[in-house]
Write a protein that binds this ligand. Structure first.
Ligand code: ADP
Ligand code: MG
Length: 388
């Protein structure tokens, strides 16, 4: 909390350098996903947590139609009128904000001109959803500034739409949901079918969450993503010819899948088996956390990686190297690739008392194998969107 207050004070000081009004300050965090990967579009569960790094927005009414956005971290700004017709622009970061304003307009929620200065300590493009942090902090800030009753779930949905329509990323709801509704020391078990959630205590005791960032993003990501979706649909179609009440893989179990195995392409079978297993693992992980069994959570994370790498085939050399290093290290009790795959981070559970030493060893081994300097981030489950 101290760090948050310091950030707020620093942001207020920056705001004063640009504008004369007294702004409000809102924060919304980035997120991790503990477990539940490629389950969202199969209507299963995901278990993200908001993290202790976020985007901070300071904002006040400008007293006119004019709006100005200032991105402190990259020293850029953007001006427009609140009555302008909005469309995506060249400056990438601006789109997350315009996209949210567009959502307010579409909902008929009236806005006036404003001045806004923001900063963020969520690493960009590392898979921690720095973009959701921007959308959600801004969406929530607008509701607070203009006195609109917008629920946090609505802020999340608006953020998702902003991402779809203005950033061109057809993401699910997990990132914005976790950013808005996360809670310190808790994970969010989100049912991607009903969009209902449960808070799961996430007291990691002697363990620390560490992300290792491969900093690679192989091109395969989006094309293979579409292929996986299609393979899951083929599995569902086969299951539906034999069993009633199956709308998605979430409704099927492994026994049923095995009964239609002969009708399925081997790859389709593996994809579906992974999804059904991951559905079960995610619920088991929630149970493990409820009992404070961090070792069990770690084992489930390892199993998820195995599934993603071998059955779902969305890992890559770099991620598998990090997984192998983690498996061999006695201080790392769980690790898996996080996110859609073909690059990005691994999420690791590391013994807190050995964390520095362990990171050093991982960085060194990774360098020896790939000649790349690995980046890493220490994170903890934090609160969602908050007015500071
Ligand atoms: P991720 O959400 O995984 O971090 P994205 O590519 O979805 O990666 O979002 C990153 C983009 O969000 C950046 O390219 C930039 O446009 C914008 N962004 C995030 N944080 C900041 C920041 N602190 N200042 C300016 N732009 C930012
Ligand atoms: Mg993003």
């Amino acid at each position: 909390m101290e760090a948050t207050i310091e950030k707020k004070e620093a942001l207020l000081a920056s705001y004063k350098e640009f504008f004369s009004e007294e702004p409000i300050v809102v924060k919304s965090p980035g997120r991790i996903n503990l477990i539940g990967e490629h389950t969202d579009y199969n209507e299963g569960f995901v278990m993200p947590a908001a993290i202790d790094k976020g985007a901070y927005v300071s904002i006040a009414k400008s007293g006119s139609d004019q709006c100005k956005l200032i991105a402190l971290d990259i020293d850029e700004s953007y001006e427009f009128s609140i009555h302008d017709t909005l469309a995506p622009v060249e400056q990438g970061w601006v789109n997350y904000f315009l996209g949210v304003i567009d959502q307010y307009n579409k909902k008929g929620l009236k806005l006036e001109g404003f001045h806004m200065v923001f900063t963020s300590d969520v690493p960009l493009g590392a898979g921690l959803s720095s973009s959701a942090a921007l959308e959600c902090s801004f969406g929530y800030a607008l509701s607070q500034l203009f006195g609109h009753e917008v629920s946090l779930i609505d802020v999340a949905l608006m953020g998702q739409q902003a991402e779809h329509n203005f950033a061109g990323v057809k993401c699910g709801i997990m990132d914005q949901y976790a950013s808005c509704l996360g809670r310190a020391n808790h994970a969010v078990l989100l049912d991607c079918r009903s969009l209902e959630h449960q808070y799961i205590p996430c007291e990691l005791g002697e363990y620390q969450l560490v992300l290792f960032d491969t900093a690679v993003k192989h091109n395969l990501a989006s094309s293979e993503y579409n292929v996986r979706r299609e393979q899951c649909e083929r599995g569902v179609a086969a299951l539906q010819t034999h069993f009633s009440g199956i709308h998605s893989l979430r409704d099927a179990n492994l026994e049923q899948l095995n009964q239609v195995k002969d009708e399925l392409d081997a790859k389709v079978y593996d994809r579906c088996a992974y999804v059904i297993e991951e559905y079960i693992r995610t619920l088991k992980a929630a149970e493990a956390l409820r009992h404070g069994d961090i070792h069990e959570l770690g084992e489930l994370m390892f199993a998820t990686h195995e599934g993603l790498s071998k059955k779902y085939e969305v890992s890559c050399k770099e991620l598998d190297i990090l997984y192998d290093i983690a498996q061999e290290n006695e201080n790392i009790i769980g690790a898996r690739m996080m996110g859609g795959g073909f690059g990005g981070c691994t999420i690791n559970l590391i013994k807190s008392s050995e964390v520095e030493k362990t990171i050093e060893v991982v960085v060194e081994k990774y360098k020896a194998l790939t000649d790349v300097d690995l980046k890493y981030y220490l994170v903890a489950p934090g609160d969602g969107a908050t007015k500071l």
